[in-house]
Design a protein around this ligand. Structure first.
Ligand SMILES: Nc1ncnc2c1ncn2[C@@H]1O[C@H](COP(=O)(O)OP(=O)(O)O)[C@@H](O)[C@H]1O
Ligand SMILES: N[C@@H](CCC(=O)OP(=O)(O)O)C(=O)O
Length: 373
């Protein structure tokens, strides 16, 4: 059997489960099947991998509870269904994960949370902390506070943005089809499964434009676009059938199942490109020799090694890091504003809470947010 070695190495994985799959043909949530996916995620955790689950299903579950026979079209009714269904959804996950001794966390996100730099950093910090503590974050869109214009609408996009957020190695999208076919298999009997393809292949949209199922909202189009988004931070995307036995474990072990959408660049190159291309520097930090050495050994930047700060930066902005003779050392996304940074110069991380009056991140710039020049 040919193995997808790169996938087998993935340490941090986002698993997205769609509505089409989570429900028994619209008859509420498929509790037994959810138990099977949870058992697989528990096994991945036992292998030392980190998993973030992005789960749809709140609207489908709420529809059943509220007695809607077909999916409501009005936004306020969809929101009501989502609010009711989300309770049931997370309850089912929590009770299944508990059987494996795992703790879950509910994260509800909106588009604004991920486009606003400050909220983005806060969401990322919560997710990182939860992963560090061994919990399984369960993410869905915060449907009750969003309207049509600002919705992700489909959780494929949300899954990809979460993969960017946590810098996942892989995004697994489980759906009701074997993967991406060259045309919609519901309408074409001769459709053939694509085993692997570049996430930036020009032909993807044409293949995937065959519409969605009854309960799902995005179809394959949002899945291939999600793969493209995930590729921005170097993540591989896998699209496969959630009904296949042990699908999550087999995909994560590198088995050739479903469709593998490959990013053009690896995570580091993708991140460097993003930092280099998309952000303007808002200030500069002057580092002492110890800090320069630490950064070159892949460490984070701590305030104790920073001698000066200038510019107009806020939390989340990009700054350049220079050595004492002005030589460029790195670029990175800073966790504190210039006013806060000036108060922290030369101070150990343990003093941050006392100096600023609240406990923030221990690093001025986390190593994941640094690109060494
Ligand atoms: N090229 C294609 N390959 C596979 N499925 C396709 C393709 N084009 C359209 N589809 C449709 O996409 C559907 C899956 O998307 P969707 O219904 O949104 O599910 P989910 O809720 O899992 O996101 C499939 O059931 C299928 O009808
Ligand atoms: N956030 C909503 C809708 C998400 C949705 O339909 O997504 P998907 O099934 O992935 O196309 C829910 O949980 O029902």
């Amino acid at each position: 059997m040919e193995l997808r070695e790169k996938i087998a190495q993935a340490q941090r994985i986002v698993v997205k489960i769609g509505s089409a799959l989570l429900t028994n043909d619209g008859q509420g949530l498929d509790v037994a099947r959810i138990g099977l996916w949870v058992a697989q995620i528990a096994e991945l955790k036992a292998q030392g991998k980190e998993v973030v689950l992005v789960s749809s299903g709140s609207i489908a579950a709420g529809m059943k509870r509220l007695g809607f026979v077909t999916r409501p079209t009005q936004v306020n009714e969809l929101q009501a269904a989502a609010a009711v269904g989300q309770m049931e959804l997370v309850g089912i996950y929590e009770s299944h994960f508990e059987k494996h001794g795992l703790c879950t966390a509910q994260i509800l996100l909106t588009h604004d949370d991920l486009s606003n730099r400050r909220r983005y950093l806060n969401a990322r910090s919560s997710l990182r902390t939860l992963l560090g503590l061994g919990a399984v974050p369960i993410v869905n869109e915060n449907d009750t506070v969003v309207t049509d214009e600002i919705r992700f609408g489909d959780n494929d996009t949300l899954g990809a943005l979460v993969a960017n957020l946590v810098e996942a190695d892989a995004l697994i999208i489980l759906t009701d089809q074997q993967g991406l076919f060259d045309k919609n298999p519901r309408d074409h009997q001769d459709a053939t499964l694509i085993s692997y393809i570049s996430a930036s292949d020009d032909g993807l949209e044409a293949m995937a434009s065959g519409g969605a199922g009854v309960l799902g909202s995005g179809g394959m189009l949002t899945k291939v676009r999600a793969a493209r988004l995930a590729a921005r931070s170097g993540a591989d995307t896998l699209i496969a059938s959630g009904r296949e036995e042990d699908v999550i474990l087999r995909l994560s072990a590198g088995e050739n199942l479903g469709t593998w959408l490959l990013p053009e660049h690896g995570p580091i190159a993708a991140r460097k490109q993003w930092l280099a291309g998309h952000l303007k520097s808002r200030g500069a930090l002057t580092l002492d020799q110890g800090a320069v050495k630490a950064l070159r050994k892949a460490g984070s930047l701590l305030s104790v090694g920073v001698k000066d700060a200038e510019g107009t930066f806020s939390r989340g902005d990009m700054v350049i890091c220079v050595d004492e003779s002005g030589g460029l050392v790195a670029r990175g996304l800073v966790n504190y504003s210039v006013a806060e940074t000036l108060k922290l110069l030369g101070k150990p991380s343990g003093d941050i809470g006392e100096i600023l009056g609240y406990e923030g991140e221990p690093e001025l710039i986390h190593r994941d947010d640094l690109v060494i020049i």
